[in-house]
Design a protein around this ligand. Sequence first.
Ligand code: FES
Ligand code: FE2
Length: 355
Amino acid sequence: MVHNPYALVADRPEGATALPGAAFTDPAVFEAERDRVFATGWLPVARESELSTAGDFRSATLAGTPVVVTRDAAGDLHVLSRACRHRGLPVVEGSGNAGSLNCPYHLWRYGLDGRLLSAPAMERSEGFDAARCGLPVIHHETWGGWIFANLDGEAEPLGPRLTVLADRLAAIDPARLVTAATLTYDSPWNWKVMVENFLESYHHIAAHAGSLQISNPGLLTSASSDDALFTILENPPASPDFGSFVVGGVFPATLMFFTEGEAPFGVWYELDAIQADRFTLRIHLLVPPELAAIPEVVAEFEQQVRAVHAEDIPVCEGVQAGAGSRLYRPGPLSHLEAGLWNFHRHLSACFAAEA
Ligand code: FES
Ligand SMILES: [Fe+2]
């Protein structure tokens, strides 16, 4: 039984502190998170607009489990395990369009709903029953244009728990936005460093002093802390010359950002291939469909997102090194970091539920 690194999370936001260094560095903590946080949580595996046509598929990894999202000929979405029911090779990698999922090892062929359609030279094998060799189906839900999946078949539905967030984002209508570009970064820090960085704008005052602080000053921001499944971070503008933006986090690791106004833009930080001390970050640029085909608009947005992330990279790398060091002791959090306390409560509840 791993020690619960979140046992000391304060019961009031005023008492909140940063996490102990072990939360960012201890491989045993990460292993426990896989089971208790990721294998029980709702995680985004694709945008619906990425699977607009029958036959579209997209691979992802869910709590270390290779999965694939498909749209079948009838238009229905499926999230399936990708591990072949023969000897386990992932039947597909990446994304594409296909009539069936054909394992590249021995050509077992699966329908887009996971059923095994054919398997060569298996007629003499007594234990073989095609009806019992389908790819396992994983529970999924669509929300805000994302396809969320949950490895826990008993998980509480997601949508009813996000109504406050959905109401806040109603004018933006995130489901309408399409992915115009994706930026990929190998990110050598613990996944929670990224979540915490995303869910507070206190750091605008220093890390983004020359960019976001000018448009959306850190000290004007505020975060909700009354729900342990999500947080909403408001970023009002410095003056009427600028626009506001809103950040949303659905725990454990769905990170979204939206500008407000007539043509809202969005960003989805997808944390993939998560390990104890690194992950692959894919930043998806979400734009209204009518703007997705205008290269100058997308290029300018991409440049802004890259510039902001370039300012976050050194602080995230630095936190991984400093918070993981021998003499680090967690410090108190500001009221501007209420979203982090919310996140910590979520982690603590996940560990307590399984203890
Ligand atoms: S491992 Fe897939 S067909 Fe053999
Ligand atoms: Fe930042």
